[in-house]
Design a protein around this ligand. Structure first.
Ligand SMILES: [Zn+2]
Length: 90
């Protein structure tokens, strides 16, 4: 395991839970797992921040749960990064 070889499959599985995380519907252990991951994973941290912002916007507009399109976009985002294109530039 090296720090630059990031396991995006782990990211993907985590992001499937993120909409629940945003809604505070996850148990504490899973929340901590996500939080610990984004501490070490910059791309995921950016994703999470982006998602939080998007969710906040959605909640302001209408009091509905997080739309599925948000988590779909997020998955596409992660997928594109796991293809080897990192959005994080040095
Ligand atoms: Zn990650």
């Amino acid at each position: 395991m090296t720090s630059d070889q990031h396991d995006h499959s782990h990211c993907l599985s985590m992001f499937q839970k993120l909409s629940e995380y945003i809604d505070n519907e996850l148990d504490e252990m899973t929340c901590r797992d996500i939080e610990r991951h984004v501490e070490e994973c910059v791309p995921c941290k950016i994703c999470l921040e982006t998602l939080k912002r998007t969710v906040n916007l959605c909640k302001k507009l209408e009091s509905k749960p997080v739309p599925e399109s948000v988590s779909l976009k997020l998955k596409e985002f992660i997928q594109s990064m796991s293809d080897g294109r990192s959005i994080v530039q040095k």
